[in-house]
Design a protein around this ligand. Structure first.
Ligand code: BGC
Length: 521
């Protein structure tokens, strides 16, 4: 019986090609698409602790916070309009990623990136000049549309561009720029909050125009992926491009397989309903469960609300923003570890190790907060060692996420879908991610208010579930060319029953030479 996470013998194919400067630079520029997402994640939490911002737009929250000083700390930020400000973006991103599926498939990955940049720019502009809450929310929605387009297209772009042996590392460039975006936002919040006159929040929100410009200009200068060119009938151009990207002349075998993948994909008239076919069950399951679990790690409680959270557990406003900067640095550094290891140690090892690490930290943080704040949320005087322990374990938790579920939540889905469902399945991935990012952002403050320290145990429970899921259901995908991914399902103890009945020509290969697709699509 095939092993739990083992890979099959594979097809033994090795496409020639190097990690050329061309592909490296291209992937670095494309990965910048993650900046807009990261900047957003990092900026809102800090802005919502800035007093002038609260006074102007969310006066009730501010008054409650002022009045509440010595009573229940767990509930001081619990306000629906405030959470709506943070989370409206993710609903918009969800909608946009569905539209982006068609744009990405019909017009190429680049156009989706361009839309992403432009919409994001418009959102940042409106937010920077906001005079009323509705302007904030409209701006956030435009930002969300931008994120939806970018997150749908950038990971696909990277996985298609990269030589398969370096696919993990190059794809994680996307997550790296998400984390850099978060960190920049945290640092800017820290300084802008100090601006006399209280208009620093305008710079924080308007600052999103910079990453927007980067991805807009980037999308104009980037080349299209060969897969995307073939999908749109430009075979000759695709061949020339492939030679350039791989840095070798002998690209015939890879090109043939790309064309075969494209032929098979053209036979599919309804990519969405196609996803429901039995043979795509493993792909659909991963497109739903990976982003679901990624959000149920609880990471965004830290990313969105770190300053709020630290403030709640007794840090002053300045120390709270500073602690958010510290977690931001850890997030970036740990992502680099993942870039180093993902194509060496594999995806499964990182997922499982990260899971254990997050679980331990969640238990410790729950215990610390429970011990001091108890049920009534009134901590009294908090000793310094206590603050250090909480921040330390939150940092170890962030590191665990940042080398596992963070990058892999974007990498694995982008590399497992066959071309005929790739764009649609990636949209499902982004949408599910956004629904649960929204849900966590929307209910976190209320949950903190009601579940208190138990909130951390709630997420810990999901970390256990997701680790079991990975152990049994996710095959290793390191070092397998994308167009041959079918092999890993075929030799998997569980998924083989769904894909085994496929009748591929050419000895079980996903893509045949000679341009024929699978026979029973
Ligand atoms: C997740 C985000 C999260 C970020 C933290 C991303 O992979 O999708 O929701 O905030 O990682 O670095």
């Amino acid at each position: 019986m095939p092993a739990v996470g083992g890979i099959g013998p594979g097809s033994g194919k090795e496409y020639p090609g190097n990690l050329t400067p061309f592909v490296t630079i291209t992937c670095i520029v494309a990965a910048m698409g993650g900046l807009i997402f990261g900047y957003d994640i990092g900026i809102s939490g800090g802005v919502t602790t800035m007093t002038p911002f609260l006074q102007k737009f969310f006066r009730k929250v501010w008054e409650k916070k002022e009045a509440d000083k010595s009573t229940n700390q767990y509930c001081q930020y619990d306000n629906e309009t405030l959470t709506m400000f943070t989370s409206s973006l993710y609903l918009a991103a969800l909608l946009a990623s569905l539209v982006a599926s068609t744009v990405t498939r019909k017009f190429g990955r680049k156009l989706s990136m361009l839309f992403g940049g432009l919409l994001f720019f418009a959102g940042a502009l409106i937010n920077g000049f906001a005079k009323a809450v509705w302007m904030l929310i409209v701006g956030r929605m435009l930002l969300g549309f931008g994120v939806g387009f970018a997150n749908q297209s950038v990971p696909l772009y990277l996985s298609e561009m990269a030589p398969y042996r370096y696919r993990g590392a190059l794809n994680i460039g996307f997550q790296l720029s998400i984390t850099v975006g978060i960190l920049i936002a945290n640092v800017l919040n820290y300084f802008f909050a100090k601006i006399k006159g209280g208009w620093g929040w305008r710079l924080s929100l308007g600052g999103a125009m910079v990453p927007a410009l980067i991805i807009t200009v980037g999308s104009l200068i980037l080349p299209d992926t060969p897969n995307s060119m073939i999908e749109r009938g430009q075979t000759e151009e695709a061949k020339a491009k492939l030679k350039r990207i791989r840095g070798v002349d002998d690209v015939d075998e890879e090109l043939r397989d790309l064309i075969a993948a494209s032929e098979a994909s053209k036979l599919v008239e309804h990519p969405w309903s196609n996803l429901l076919h039995r043979k795509y069950r493993p792909h659909l399951t991963m497109a739903i469960f990976i982003p679901f679990f990624q959000q149920l790690t609880g990471i965004n409680v830290i990313m969105f609300y770190a300053p709020v959270l630290f403030n709640t557990i007794g840090f002053g406003a300045d120390a709270s923003l500073m602690s958010a900067v510290i977690t931001g640095v850890v997030n970036v550094a740990a992502t680099l570890v993942s870039i180093y290891g993902v194509d060496k140690w594999g995806r499964r090892f990182l997922f499982l190790e990260g899971g254990v690490q997050m679980l331990i930290c969640q238990a410790v943080v729950a215990a610390c907060i429970g011990a001091k704040f108890g049920i009534n949320g009134n901590p009294g005087e908090l000793p310094k060692w206590y603050a250090i322990v909480v921040v330390l374990f939150i940092c170890i938790y962030v590191a665990g996420f940042a080398w596992s579920w963070g990058p892999l939540g974007w990498l694995v889905p982008s590399e497992i879908f066959p071309l005929e469902i790739r764009s649609a399945a990636q949209s499902i991935n982004v949408s599910v991610n956004m629904i649960f990012t929204f849900a966590v952002a929307q209910v976190f403050l209320t949950m903190l208010c009601h579940l208190k320290f138990g909130l951390f145990l709630f997420f810990a429970f999901f970390v256990v579930l997701m680790s079991i899921f990975i152990y049994y259901f996710l095959p290793e995908t390191k070092g397998i060319p994308i167009e041959e991914m079918n092999q890993v399902w075929k030799s998997h103890w569980y998924w083989s029953r769904f894909v085994q009945d496929l009748d591929y020509p050419n000895g079980g290969m996903e893509m045949s030479k000679g341009g024929q697709g699978p026979k029973n699509v």
